[in-house]
Ligand binder design. Structure first.
Ligand SMILES: C[S@@+](CC[C@H](N)C(=O)[O-])C[C@H]1O[C@@H](n2cnc3c(N)ncnc32)[C@H](O)[C@@H]1O
Length: 244
């Protein structure tokens, strides 16, 4: 019993030290870091279980240095890290008024395809994903196939966002931390050039001002206790989107 108590005390001390060290590294208070670690661990466990349930493999992360892409593209890239399912559910619950049969849903930096799989489950029928890493795209294709999503319903592109032109017509564009400011500017410029209206979902919205520079208007912002999982909705071009 005493041994168990000692083990518990040691574990708690080690955990507190780990959180304190991280809080120092990121210049946060201990409490802020504690909240972040809480959500990270909770979401990782939930994500693992939901992947099992959906029979897909979307959880395993890939660091930037391990992405298979040319260096001149990789220098703008962010690591592969999937959006937590809980955050995706929160987002997709707010999109119920869209006509999902016609709209294209495009994930910029689709990685292993978790977001596309969830988009399909919420009724989107016209899916597109692009990524710079061919292995991630293969994993994405496998994950889509496991859920019976055909190449006809989901088109995948091995291309960098600055070379990709989204389809004409109305579209929903999804971005979760795919790249740096320079690449974001090129991507937004391409979106602005194509015909149709764009509704943009921006998770971890640290560069909101760049969206505004390219004429995107903030529709609504949703906070999360861990700021990486906050998200904003923007629109480009059309007043009829402001329904949320
Ligand atoms: C944070 S992950 C987002 C994954 C996915 N969208 C999700 O929400 O689960 C960022 C992804 O962007 C991809 N990426 C990085 N630079 C890119 C670029 N220039 N064009 C397209 N995708 C890019 C990375 O390979 C990575 O898979």
């Amino acid at each position: 019993m005493i041994l168990l108590l000692l083990a518990l005390i040691s574990f708690t001390c080690a955990l507190c030290f780990f959180i304190w060290e991280k809080s120092q590294l990121f210049d946060r208070s201990f409490l802020e870091q504690l909240v972040i670690e809480y959500y990270r661990s909770k979401y990782r466990l939930q994500d693992f279980l939901r992947d099992q349930k959906n029979n897909i493999f979307s959880t395993s992360r890939v660091k930037v240095q391990n992405l298979s892409a040319p260096q001149f593209i990789k220098k703008h890239a962010r690591a592969y890290e999937p959006t937590p399912y809980a955050v995706l559910d929160r987002i997709f619950d707010k999109l119920s008024f869209f006509d999902k049969t016609e709209l294209a849903f495009i994930d910029y930096g689709c990685g292993r395809g978790r977001t596309l799989n969830v988009a399909k489950a919420y009724g989107f029928k016209n899916l597109q994903g692009l990524d710079i890493d061919a292995h991630l795209l293969q994993s994405c294709q496998n994950n889509l196939a496991r859920n019976g999503i055909t190449n006809f319903e989901a088109q995948l592109f091995h291309i960098s966002a600055d070379d990709y032109l989204p389809p004409e017509g109305d579209k929903i564009i999804y971005m979760y931390n795919p790249f740096d400011e320079e690449m974001l500017r090129s991507a937004l410029n391409n979106i602005k050039q194509t015909q149709g209206e764009a509704f943009l979902i921006y998770v971890n919205p640290v560069n909101q001002r760049i969206f505004k520079e390219y004429g995107a208007e903030l529709v609504r912002h949703y906070d999360h206790p861990y700021e990486d999982y906050s998200f904003s909705f923007f629109r480009m071009k059309n007043d009829s989107w402001v329904k949320i």
